[in-house]
Design a protein. Sequence first.
Length: 629
Amino acid sequence: MEEDEFVKRYNLDASVLGDLIQRYKLNVSVLGDRNREILHVPSNDQSQEQETITKIWQQKRALAQHVYLEESQFGELRAIKQVHWRDVKRDLRELQVMRRVTEEHVFFVQFLGWFSTPDYISFAMEYCSLGDVSQCFQDPVPEVMARNICGQLLEGLEKLHEMGITHRDIKPQNVMVVQKDPIWVKIGDFGISKCVIEGETKTDLRTRAGTEGYKAPEVLQLLDEDKEDSSYTCAVDIWSLGCFLYYILTKTTPFQTYSMLRDYCRGRVEFPETSLTDRRVSRSGRQFIKNLMALHPHERPQASKDLVSDWDITEESQTPETDSLQGTSREVIRLGKRPEYVTDQPSININGNAPLYIQPQPNSSNVDDEMNYQSSELWIMMKDNDADIGRIRSLLESGANPNKFRDGHTALHNAAERGSTRGMELLITYGANVRLKTRSYQETALHLVTYNSDISKLRSLLKQRADVDAQNADGDTTLHLAILRFCTTEAMELLLSNGASTEIKGRNGYTPLQYAISLDLEDKARLLLDHSASPNAQDKRGRTPLHQAIVSDKLTLAFIKRLVEAGANIDQKDKSKRSPLYEAVKCNRRDIMHYLIDSGASREIGSSGMQRRLQWVQFWRDLPWPFGG
């Protein structure tokens, strides 16, 4: 839907929504139960050109009513919120707020864009796999963690309030956990947030919005001063934050009923500290929460990232549970800072919105998937290098699924091994998953293109972010196979430039360097050394590249010298206690014996027979010409 039509159809304010409509519209088309998204991103090379990336999003499961989880063929996850067109004006406030906060991606759940269908407008949101605070932490959290979370939320609220935005619904279900250890949280769900400064107009907050147990007294009109004026300020967020902290520390709200809060406001009961005391919350922590929950809004502190420094946890007050915060620095804990985002999961980032996590591989069972007619025809056609591209496209448009397995292979596996480059690229455009492995030998499409030494297919798959370091059943990566199956070093150079690891061990425990040496391929071994391959990696027998190169009768002394220059340990012994010099003596490679000794190798090689042979060689070398030398 074009911008003018969007604004005209729903009688919207184009000046307010123009940027939202243009900047965040996603290029999405619906393919049955899947959505195809086209992105134009900067090329990986240094050129100014853009490359086109196609993502196929598959609906995974419902997260809430009208909200579901989508996953791309790259393993990227996002949440989709569907709003019927008749209700779209009701949700514009949330979109306007999200448009303003989306640049502050550290503090708030991100709005990734929108797209339309005949019945709905769909909003794409960042997905936090750990869920909200109430889901992630089933038990009360340690006080140190609560304070750290508090510091992050205060910093986020400070940003919101500076923008004139009041959230109005701070509660555990609206605080999402991005990372658990060290803790990192984000504020989400701006459905009832209000921007009190819109353009040049200042508006009052009057609606009794929020969640029971977290609403401030002035929202419920429980304070005498609010009888004549029922409006309130962003101080309601500070009260809700106090209730939130009370809950995560005790797993109960401070005022569980309306009457309990009313009695507190009228001075009939004291602040309920007992639950906090029972959880051994420090005196400073209890006072901090009471300050946030001051009855009168003007007595509550303003949101500030430095405010959490007033919450001083002494060593005596810390519970044993604080030991679970391994990896969190004392400075982060003391000030409640948000940690740097670190994950051990391999990830890639195509559009700058969210990391794309590598999805788990499917069950290795050889049982065939159920296929409809279109999928079956597609699977067969992709074995033919001359298959009609128009027919392939027609099948895909008709609902053929390129990720269905037959005989342990998908249509993409067939195309990678036997089909055409164009056909393979078309499958990827329609959602073929480049990371799926065959069920028989655990090969990805990237492995399979090496059978025919097809550099064009290799290049195409790498552009689609295929997993360059995936291992097959033998442990070999595509780099291992390129060493074996490509005549030149072009494929290796392409893989290395795309980040292929030189240290993954494949069959026999060989790294790519060891594999190239075992095949007597000196030019390929040199290329790997030029890309910082380790010259001291050991195979299953403890043998290093230097051991292997000496045993070979094809590799030159110049290459031996290159290994040593790269840092090869000339005295490294294998599991049989044999050094490189031992191997040189055993193979009678006199030039290498002389070079190793001249380079400082130990002459103690652990075998009396080999020791005598070495001494004899050295004796003849030391004789003057024409007898020795």
